[in-house]
Write a protein that binds this ligand. Sequence first.
Ligand code: NAP
Length: 287
Amino acid sequence: MNVKIERLAIIGVGLIGGSLVRALREAGALKSVVGIGRSLPNLEEALSLGICDEITQDLVEGVRGADVVFISVPVCAIPGVVAGIAPALAPGCIVTDGGSVKSAIVSECEALMPPGCFFVGGHPIAGTEHTGAAASFATLYRGRRCILTPTERTDVAALERVSRMWRLAGADVCLMEPGHHDRIFAEISHLPHMAAYALVHAVGTADVEGENVLSYTAGGFRDFTRIASSDPAMWRDIALMNRNSLLQSIDGFSTSMAELRRRIAAGDGEGLSEFFTTAKLFRDGII
Ligand code: NAP
């Protein structure tokens, strides 16, 4: 067997962490996996599904002897988790994460690493609106990108090992500066989630002569708003942690909505056609 990781500790055995383990198991890249979390039912599910070999609710116990620690809890919890495990890390241990925001996590977690241990920030560009160990599956990362966000403090060998781990899980690895990552993902991921939540909120609270307008929704509304079913705690954390970039993105979106409103109010058919055609061209250009 092609064992690359002797003991992998997964903190937060949900969709992202569970899927990574499943993919690495299929690749024959793991010797043993310890799952670490807060609630016993999710950990027991991860054990019964064969994702983990051992489970514990004790962070410090769980990371002892691990050569790689992968953290996949909501982003605001990641620095606290790293602070908690740092004194228990084995020499040479690599700590990495799958959080959707990078700047704050990378700078805080790098500073928390004890000498001889290494932090590498990461973000797999794959997911669903479902959560928990039971939602995980081995092919989640196949053919998808995983962005790693090294800094000048990143250990080159640790970066290479984490890159290899993601490639074994099926992902295409690319490198990006953490702040650049946060600006891009504010636009293409975090803003769309905010727009979906805001749209469903607006329609769900719309008062049209006492009618429950949501009962009339059809395919288009459902397609567009699927991501508003995503976990509220995860998105609360992303919105708070990527606040500055996200506010810029929301301002851009507000400007776009205001322009659209202006053209509708003015009865500007030509302007509306031009607006929609430009958007359609952008959308059709997405591969
Ligand atoms: P998930 O399925 O809900 O898994 C999160 C896990 O973290 C759960 O096992 C949960 O178990 C544990 N957890 C929750 N809050 C915690 C806390 N405060 N402290 C410690 N553990 C906690 O979520 P996920 O989709 O895997 O997301 C995990 C991470 O991946 C997040 O940082 C997210 O930004 C990132 N990510 C998500 C996606 C996506 O589309 N879902 C894509 C890319 C990256 P307990 O409640 O039992 O502790």
